[in-house]
Design a protein around this ligand. Structure first.
Ligand SMILES: *Cc1c(COP(=O)(O)O)cnc(C)c1O
Length: 494
């Protein structure tokens, strides 16, 4: 079966998934979607006895079927090997009466590794023997940047440029990016927020004059953000795998519905849960967990998406997002593929900062999605109680989700809390949450103290950042991002 992808804002110009992955974002600013989603479903009974690699094979074959079985097989083998510190890749462990899906066992200690260890392989296959080289341009709220750098560093025929909001990521996240080695990498802080970075990156992709100049150098731009369908589909796998682990543990039987609570920013992770549901996974509720930047919580209450509000810097920076890009895909499926309406809403969002979908569609959305938010104080309290009561150390993003789960009684369904980052990425905030003084301590001093207090070792890839040489110190205004990309391209693809 051939799956064709096309823009959310335009039903025309079908692409194969390889083309969609190479392009990243559609020229009209839309995101690539497939109308075949859900036509082919997974055999859940068979999934239960498969390991992560086999499940990944089956899920990817359904969502990106123009890749051959051999191609997918080799991508999956290369992506999920010793670079993850456990053969389970995404182990599921008990969390009180709920479950914790540990997604941060990859090389950069955040869930983004699950997709970004695979994406470069998918791109290399899609590129084939083509002369065209790819410059990945990515905006990051903290974790995508490092995961993209780690995935693409020194990958033949590719370069990667990462923009992060200067001063709005943790010290460890900052060092993870600025110490990145590789001859094909560029990193730049931006004077602005993540939303500024993301908006500007989208403009860069839409800048035809720029793309023509780069084309002259034999370079095409692409995205490693979750707007790229190649970022999204690998994330579907772990929902299915988590379900299989639940069945194997005896917690559920095949067919039982399971709720997933997802710390949410750009809506990529939780959207992958929706894709899994469309593939036949018995998903009960998808709980959209937000921090104080609670645009989605409000949206799921009122049906009105309103980004006209102050941006709040929280202790879960990877969720400090007011424009959740992947929500556009959800709107597409919610309207049964009404590109015109989706395009009109996105135009309203861009010009007026708000759009409304009306009660009927909101009702449909709420059949699956449910949203709440947690404040920083609540999040800190959850980190502390989870440590004191369960002896499990969770990061602030995961704690946002757990806060929301803890507010609700069990309704009989199993509940899975997605754990999206290792706590040692945010050592100061986690240490403070445990009730300790962090005054005057840098992230490494906090890391030491956390290790001493908890007896849990910091991952090597974070502790060794201490003393690693800083390779990147560029900072630019958001208006200068396009020219940064152009000069990075010139340097990398000489
Ligand atoms: C990116 C990120 C999120 C948000 O995921 P989205 O797919 O953007 O919704 C949550 N937690 C952590 C640790 C992240 O890095």
């Amino acid at each position: 079966m051939k799956t064709f992808y096309h823009s959310t804002r335009n039903g025309g110009e079908p692409l194969t998934s390889k083309q969609a992955i190479l392009r990243g974002i559609a020229p009209d600013g839309g995101l690539y979607v497939s109308d075949q989603l859900g036509e082919e479903t997974l055999d859940m009974a068979a999934m239960v006895n498969q390991d992560y690699h086999e499940t990944a094979q089956k899920v990817l074959a359904t969502l990106i079927p123009d890749y051959s079985t051999e191609e997918i097989g080799s991508c999956v083998r290369d992506a999920y090997a010793e670079n993850f510190d456990t053969p389970a890749v995404v182990p599921l462990t008990p969390l009180g009466s709920d479950w914790l899906l540990e997604l941060s066992h990859g090389p950069t200690c955040a869930f983004k590794d699950v997709a970004l260890q695979l994406l470069p392989h998918l791109m290399s296959v899609a590129r084939g023997k083509s002369e065209h080289r790819i410059m990945i341009v990515t905006a990051t709220s903290g974790d995508t940047g490092k995961a993209a750098l780690a995935g693409f560093a020194d990958v033949e025929g590719t370069g990667v440029t990462v923009f992060y909001p200067e001063g709005k990521v943790s010290e460890i996240q900052h060092l993870q990016m600025t110490t990145q080695l590789g001859r094909n990498v560029a990193v730049c802080g931006v004077e602005g927020t993540f939303d500024d970075c993301q908006t500007q990156v989208k403009r860069i992709f839409a800048d035809t004059a720029l793309s023509e100049r780069l084309h002259g150098r034999g370079v095409a731009l692409s995205s490693a953000n979750s707007i790229n369908v190649g970022r999204l589909v690998p994330q579907v796998v772990y929902y299915v795998d988590a379900y299989a682990q639940l069945v194997r543990s005896g917690a559920i039987s095949v067919g039982d519905a399971v709720d997933f609570c997802v710390p949410t920013g750009n809506f990529g992770d939780v959207l992958a849960g929706y894709y899994a549901k469309r593939l036949g996974l018995p998903v009960g509720r998808l709980i959209v967990a937000s921090n104080t930047n609670k645009v989605l919580t409000d949206f799921l209450k009122t049906g009105s998406y309103d980004r006209r509000r102050d941006f709040v810097k929280t202790i879960s920076p990877s969720m400090d997002i007011l424009v959740s890009s992947n929500f556009e895909r959800m709107l597409y499926y919610l309207t049964d593929g009404d590109s015109e309406r989706v395009g009109a809403w996105m135009a309203e969002l861009a010009t007026q900062g708000v759009y409304s979908i009306g009660d009927e569609l909101l009702g449909r959305l709420r059949e699956t999605f449910y949203g709440e938010f947690a404040t920083d104080d609540e999040t800190r309290r959850t980190i502390r109680t989870t440590w004191e009561e369960e002896h499990i150390l969770i990061d602030p993003h995961t704690a946002v989700a757990k806060t929301i789960l803890d507010r609700h009684e069990h309704n009989g369904r199993m509940r899975v809390c997605l754990s999206t980052a290792n706590p040692y990425k945010f050592p100061a905030d986690v240490l403070a949450a445990l009730g300790h003084d962090t005054q005057g301590k840098d992230d490494f001093a906090c890391m030491d103290e956390l290790q001493r207090l908890t007896g849990i070792a910091a991952p090597r890839q974070l502790s060794t950042l201490r003393g690693a040489p800083v390779m990147h110190d560029s900072i630019c205004a958001k208006e200068a991002m396009a020219s940064f990309v152009e000069s990075a391209t010139a340097r990398i693809f000489r």
